[in-house]
Design a protein around this ligand. Sequence first.
Ligand code: MN
Length: 759
Amino acid sequence: MMAALPSPSIWEIVSQAKIYLPTLNEDRISRAYDFAERAHSGQKRFSGEPYIIHPLNVAHLLLDFHPDEDTLVAALLHDVVEDTPHTLDEIEILFGKEVRNLCWGMEKLNKVRSKLNDQHVENLRKLFLAMAKDFRVVLLKLCDRLHNMKTLSFVRPDKQRRIAEETLNIYSPIAARLGIYRLKGDLEDLCFYYLEPAKYKNIQDQLVKTEKWRAQYIESAQKTLATILAAEGMRAKIDGRVKSIYSIYRKLRKKNKNFVQDIFDVFAMRIILPDIYKHEKEYTGHLYTALGIIHNHFTPLANRFKDYVAVPKVNSYRSLHTTVMGLGSKLYTQPTEIQIKTEGMHHAAEFGIAAHWIYEGMAKADFAVPFEEDEDTVSPSSPFLKQHQEWISGLHQIEQKISNNKEFLENLQIDMFQDRIFVLTPRGDVKDLPASATPIDFAYSVHTEIGNRCVGAKVNGNMVPLDHELKNGEVVEIITRKNARPSQQWLSFAKTNHARDRIRTWFRNLDVKKHLLEGKSLLNAKLAQLGKPLLDDRLSLLKTYGGGNLSMQEREDLLIEIGKGGIFPGAVVKNLFTREELLMSREEARIDRPARTIKQQKISKEPLLEIGNQENVAYQFVKCCNPEFVDGLVGYVTRGRGVSVHKEICSVLKNMEKTRLIPVRVLKENVLRTDGRTSGTTYSVSVRVEANDRVGLIRDISNAIAKNTINILKIDQGPSQKSIVTVFFLLEIGTVDQLERVLSDLEKVASVRRAMKVS
Ligand code: MN
């Protein structure tokens, strides 16, 4: 397996092909060979041999399947487009459309790559079959892979492993699916050799040791079987064969054994009977006759008889299998597996679907035992010898036959996957998507970020709109841009739930992020206004809030609520700080006169409120909305506790009886006279106002403060920079609401840029 294989010459290939294809255009084959040799000139295989030996070997391996002329040409040219500057168009001009299509198919299958541990291997197999609607391409590809496997010893070890795994995962199952057991066995043994060299060698050594004995046994069993069948008037070709090393390995593993002699089905005897046609129909009765004769002489093992003639395997494999005792007499006491099949069935098992066209055009010269015809039996060869067909017309017949056989079709054709499509990334990875999926679905199936940043798509190298419906086998390339974002419109054409879900999530997250940022900036603005330090990255300020500890998530949720407008930042600040913390300042010490404490007023001699047209009504300010003596109040007539005064906007009112609401008017003259000091302690708060200097600025600011019934204790003009002046006011303030309101009124004064408490 390690040595370079002798390579066939183009003339050997031509002469072998002419045996089954007398019409072969030798000139065309040799032109294809010359073209390929020139195209690959200078390129080397890993073995150091010129590259051309590869296409030559592929063509040679393909000969077993009796390819038509176009397929032979394509075998010689199959790597030209991939590995040299020549194009498919050139190939079409020189060798015609069919060859172009075959080469195109090969190039596409080259893009099918499997990842290790990829669970999508089954998809890859399906894709392989789906893309190769022309079976000739599959055969070509399998022969291509077989030659690459045969020369794998020249490749780097890590690559050997990857290629062997890929072959075992994709190529040999495809050969099995197509019933081409010869190729399947060859591929599997080669894979096994590279993947498990020690185990391979172990089994091989054991087989070598028993080779002589086995040859003796097979010869003796052959004679015995021939004798007993001949005694009943049956002619048969009998041979014995050792199973492939990989299948022996699998049997050992399945039965938990280490030694080849511990399992009895290391080899099988094969009885091949002639094809018999009765009334133009295939006859299989003689297989059962032979089976009966064998069972009459040797005891069959129970449960080992399989009738794949009456019930073929899904890949169309047909044969009778039985395992009997005593066939080897003294030489071998283990049971022996016997397969009984017709020549046609045997051929079909070797060549799979290809067997149909090879076999029907083939002479039966190699049939060892002459076959005697009787009246209603015809020789299997005679009707077919006459009609020497070109391979391709045979192929069309097969395809017609197949399309009438639903089961076979389902195992073979893409129709089975009508609701799925398989498309490729530019690197050759396969994506399994629902039919009519779009580049958007594809992009999200590759990676969420690819989807989110998608701005365009190319299919087979051409730009397509994002709602383009993808088709099987298309190579899709997604164009992304760093700052791109999904569009709501995508939801109208994305087909997969995955993509739709990702798009929706993106928009949901976008809102959340936006609200979080807005909430943060609103709260920071409020904190700045009230002279408090801003939020840090950990939002530590919100760590304790509303009497509890907030997790990071809860802190962010609070900011999101602020951003959405559900909570006012001022309300949050009032929850974070006490009134003292908000109104006291370091300036306190410099106040000219101490802040005054006045008595809380509920009913004043000088009434401050008019409630429902009366001035002397017992009332109380509620705690829910912190009302003060300013406009926008409303009363609620309680049962027995006088009138509760709320702000009109207080949310508590919503749930209260509307009929008990009563209008409240602030008697401003009286309020002004009491200096607005309505309850509790007042604080001297230093407020800083920045404004563009203008005539009358200080007057307007003073008016705005006075409107809020606030005393100005002191005014200091700070340094002015360019046209901007800073003015400090020391104000006598009773409540946080009052402070907030005056600050917001100050900011409404023309040319004022900002007004904030000095901390
Ligand atoms: Mn190749």
